[in-house]
Design a protein around this ligand. Structure first.
Ligand SMILES: [Ca+2]
Ligand SMILES: [Ca+2]
Ligand SMILES: [Ca+2]
Ligand SMILES: [Ca+2]
Length: 566
């Protein structure tokens, strides 16, 4: 099945505002196969904080086309620079295929705001051109202004629910409610809101199948919330306690849904943090938050004790998994993956999450051409691997992540190529390893990616270290045994060596990974080797302190972001 050449149902070109060719320059008339022939641009499925930008192309046989991006809120000045788009070569993997295009995201925007974008395609062989376009981020979902508030009790809930109208707020009074199927949709600007007050408990499952614009707020659910096939669902400030009756899952859609907003929830599973729980075949159960379909925003949740904390769907269950934000979540005690961003088609943004005591911190198994962005995640005690870039993962982008783990700091044991990997400004710290439920954590190598497809990948400006006080590992066929040979023998020309004293506060080595370690403060000292060792990246690290960006998830001395519920 094709994953990129089907036009999105909405949020695509039709909603992207006027497109104008800004004229072309250079050798645009060249017939050379090396010239770029520009195709359509699209901005499918804006989220609250990010825009996906895609620009199809053909030609460019010598693969040197580049698209730079500038943006500004409409009507404001000046332009701000964003990251260049990633050049995605056409490809296929695991039953999916994708077309050649430039693709990427504009990060950290304001909700409900129209942005102007200027896209400049440059190819020295011909095809250079500029386009401008606009797109609008989604607003934070809120009830209708002056919405009627209808008080309900466990005794009156069913009858009031049966006649709920778009815009209604059903204010649920204290008491115990049974699970229910909800079948009253709201409308844009007029959501149906089910709002819990103190003492509201739902024992059972809430099913929102093929609904639109329904909000669930402040509910305690001993069971599961499912929203299969629904659009514009908001689930906020709920406490979900998973149950064996419902597969141990928390908040899930098992079929294509769109534009869900899942925020500030506490989702608690049944899996124990124990050696027998670890791994895909371990004694673990349930998905904390699982989605498929485009446009979902999963932010500021605390998810603990599942097989996978936050998950996309896999293989033939994965449908249109693009333009998905997973931001500022706090994940711990998940015995397979903290965040399983598998089968991301493009532009999934896994940003500023805190992952403590998970078997694998984040997974891209595989990325389907990318870009799949992992930015400023703070990872402590990932037992097996921090980044599971497996099954031929293509197009992963790792920027400003911090990893402190047992064994190899950044080890990928894929057995298949890791392609089009781009990594900058990360901090990878490992040490002496061990074996946990049959899985080795590695031996304390700092970077060990023997399957790296070196020609399509670029890693640099990373900080590495090991409690073994060695700098060893392998990137592709290049092995290294010192910082010097890492720098001279691989793309890591600006790598630096760090150790646990780089952190401003005491950070213990996770020597016993089955410990439930407290969540550490992983901010570095301003006088450590990790300070000012980063590469400037527009829209990612401007505003840094000192001479240059610092490595890892946090600039020294900066306030920590909020992880989990606000
Ligand atoms: Ca070219
Ligand atoms: Ca999963
Ligand atoms: Ca998994
Ligand atoms: Ca700095």
């Amino acid at each position: 099945m094709a994953c990129s050449d089907e036009p999105p149902e909405d949020g695509g070109l039709a909603d992207a505002g006027p497109l104008s060719d800004g004229g072309s320059s250079g050798d645009a008339g060249s017939n050379s196969a090396d010239a770029t022939v520009a195709g359509a641009t699209s901005l499918p499925f804006p989220t609250l904080h990010h825009l996906t930008v895609e620009w199809a192309f053909s030609g460019d046989a010598n693969a040197n086309g580049v698209v730079t991006v500038r943006y500004r809120a409409a009507g404001t000045h000046p332009w701000r620079e964003a990251l260049p788009l990633r050049r995605v070569a056409a490809g296929s993997n695991e039953g999916f295929s994708w077309t050649g295009r430039h693709s990427g995201s504009v990060f950290d925007l304001q909700p409900g705001t129209t942005y102007e974008l200027e896209l400049t395609l440059t190819d020295p062989d011909g095809g250079t051109t500029t386009r401008t376009t606009t797109a609008t981020t989604r607003p934070v979902p809120v009830p209708m202004a002056s919405a009627p508030i209808k008080a309900v009790t466990p005794a009156t809930f069913a009858s009031v629910a049966a006649s709920a109208q778009p815009g209604d707020i059903l204010q649920m009074g204290a008491g115990t409610y049974a699970g229910f199927d909800w079948s009253r949709s709201g409308a844009e600007g007029r959501p149906v809101v089910l709002r819990g007050t103190a003492g509201v408990v739902i024992n059972g499952a809430i099913n929102l199948f093929a609904q639109a614009y329904v909000h669930l707020e402040g509910l305690t659910v001993n069971g599961r919330i499912r929203f299969n096939g629904s659009k514009h669902i908001a689930i906020q400030r709920c406490a979900i306690n998973a149950s064996n009756t419902y597969g141990g899952d928390g908040i899930v859609t098992f079929t294509r849904a769109e534009n869900a907003y899942i925020a500030d929830n506490v989702v608690t599973g049944l899996t124990q943090w124990a050696e027998a729980s670890l791994g895909v075949s371990g004694d673990n159960l349930g998905e904390g938050i699982a989605v498929t379909g485009p446009g979902h925003v999963i932010l500021h949740n605390r998810v603990t004790g599942f097989r996978d904390g936050i998950s996309l769907l896999e293989d033939d269950e994965a449908v249109d998994q693009f333009s998905i934000d997973i931001l500022n979540n706090d994940l711990s005690g998940n015995a397979d993956d903290g965040i399983e961003a598998d089968f991301c088609f493009h532009n999934c943004r896994i940003v500023r999450n805190r992952l403590t005591n998970n078997f694998i911190a984040v997974s891209s198994q595989p990325g389907l051409g990318g870009p799949t962005y992992f930015v400023r995640n703070a990872i402590y005690n990932a037992v097996h691997v921090a980044f599971k870039l497996y099954r031929g993962s293509t197009g992963d982008v790792l920027l400003h992540n911090t990893v402190v783990k047992n064994g190899d700091a950044f080890g990928i044991y894929a057995g298949r190529p890791v392609a089009h990997l781009y990594a900058r400004n990360n901090l990878f710290l490992g040490g002496a390893g061990g074996t946990f439920n049959g899985y080795s954590s590695g031996t304390g190598r700092v970077l060990h990616v023997p399957d790296l497809e070196v020609a399509s990948s670029s890693l640099d400006h990373d900080g590495v270290g090991s409690t073994t006080d060695t700098v060893t590992g392998r990137l592709g066929t290049s092995t290294f045994g010192s910082l010097q040979t890492l720098r001279t023998g691989t793309s890591e020309q600006h790598a630096v060596q760090v150790d646990l004293t780089a952190f401003a506060n005491t950070v213990a080595y996770p020597a016993a990974p089955l410990t439930l370690y407290a969540r550490p403060d992983l901010r570095i000292r301003a006088d450590s080797a990790a300070a000012n060792a980063g590469q400037p990246l527009p829209n990612i690290n401007e505003g840094f302190a000192g001479l240059a960006p610092d490595l890892g998830a946090f600039e020294a001395g900066a306030d920590l972001p909020v992880f989990g519920p606000r």
